[in-house]
Design a protein around this ligand. Structure first.
Ligand code: SAM
Ligand code: SF4
Ligand code: FES
Length: 351
């Protein structure tokens, strides 16, 4: 799909035409990837962060955050919960740290999870910008997928939402390094940022295409009162319902443009509407990421306020997600690792 067609989707206002676009995107997903929806268990292992992104509630300058690092045993317990429930994979996510203690801690956890599950649980990392050497170390320990959102593909907008010491080109270089090493590569953007335009979102989808991305995790931006972006006007969506619709159009346009990739219906969609994730699946998403972090830590991983599932147990989220996915007429693919078809095709790994 070219940029004009993508832009037309994002600007569409006619509700029956929007419904038709979502139906088309879901049909593309079903024709290419079948009825399966994959689960990724999200483990938010630490909110300690050395960076200061202007949008994020756990940025280092937010002194009101109660900082934590889950213990190795707690992380393994969460991973084993996901494994035993039949999740094909987990995501280890955290604030960004690049000290040797942290790097070795993660290395050790990856090795232990692989040992305990006989490498049957795919491990995705979402641990921010690191050196190529660190990415290699974690890959060699047995983590083979990485999620690093570009946040926005517009460099000048990127610079407006980050302090000067954060670098857009470094983030792009990290994505290239991850691909080169052999990771299944995930990225994504926030939708509805202050200063963002519809053209920026069109270019985001073209960026996913040009970078040959395997997985997308994108979702709405929410302001957090303890961050510099709080109170900034947003031009492209003025209400939660508009932001939801725009986020769903982004999913649909991405699916129609890139049929073979994995696309997550993120928890942030659920913050806009109780059925936000189901709507994401109905607009072409094929991945859901239930939170399996121990409940005691969830209230301290507030990227934005009013996050869903903060007081729920991992078991509650599991049961809830299964029922909700079935409501969309799709099938939860338990005990399946859900590799990205885009990745398998280009690496000739299809059976
Ligand atoms: N520190 C790592 C990084 O930044 O890549 C991983 C964790 S970070 C919390 C994961 C994602 O949360 C970011 O890529 C960003 O898109 C998202 N995020 C942070 N603050 C947000 C907000 N206020 N609204 C929506 N998403 C947000
Ligand atoms: Fe840290 Fe990631 Fe939040 Fe930025 S988005 S402040 S790197 S946790
Ligand atoms: Fe957490 Fe529904 S996914 S309770």
């Amino acid at each position: 799909m070219n940029s004009t067609k993508i832009k037309n989707i994002l600007l569409e206002v006619d509700s029956s035409e929007i419904k038709r676009i979502f139906k088309e995107a879901k049909a593309v997903k079903q024709t290419t990837l079948g009825h399966d929806v994959y689960l990724r268990g999200l483990i938010e292992l630490s909110n300690i962060c050395t960076k200061d992104c202007f949008y994020c509630g756990i940025r280092k300058s937010n002194r009101s955050v109660n900082r934590y690092l889950m213990t190795k045993d707690e992380i393994i317990t969460s991973a084993m919960f996901a494994f035993e429930k039949g999740f094909g994979s987990i995501v280890l996510q955290s604030g960004e740290r690049d000290d040797e203690n942290f790097i070795a801690f993660i290395e050790n956890i990856i090795e232990e999870i692989n040992y305990l599950t006989s490498r049957q649980l795919r491990i995705t990392l979402s641990l921010g910008e690191q050196t190529t050497e660190t990415y290699k170390r974690w890959f060699n320990s047995g983590a083979h997928r990485y999620l690093l959102r570009i946040e926005t593909s517009n460099e000048s907008l990127y610079n407006k939402i980050h302090p000067t010491e954060h670098s857009y080109s470094n983030r792009v270089n990290c994505l290239s390094a991850l691909k080169e090493i052999g990771y299944q590569l995930g990225t994504g953007v926030m939708i509805g940022l202050p200063f963002q335009t519809i053209d920026d979102l069109v270019n985001d989808i073209l960026f996913f295409k040009n970078m040959d991305i395997d997985m997308i995790g994108m979702g709405p931006f929410f302001e957090h009162s303890q961050t510099p972006l709080f109170g900034q006007p947003v031009d492209i969506a003025n209400s939660p319902s508009q932001l939801l619709e725009l986020s769903l159009k982004m999913i649909a346009a991405t699916r129609i443009s890139l049929p073979k990739i994995n696309i997550a219906a993120t928890t942030a969609l659920q913050a806009l509407n109780p059925f936000g994730r189901e709507k994401g699946i109905n607009a072409g998403a094929n991945v859901v990421m239930p939170n399996v972090t121990l409940t005691q830590y969830r209230k301290d991983y507030l990227l934005y306020e009013d996050r869903p599932c903060v007081n729920d147990l991992a078991d509650d989220c599991f049961d809830c997600v299964i029922k909700r996915i079935e409501m969309t007429g799709q099938k939860v693919a338990l005990f399946s690792n859900g590799d990205s078809l885009n990745f398998l095709t280009k690496n000739n790994q299809l059976l």
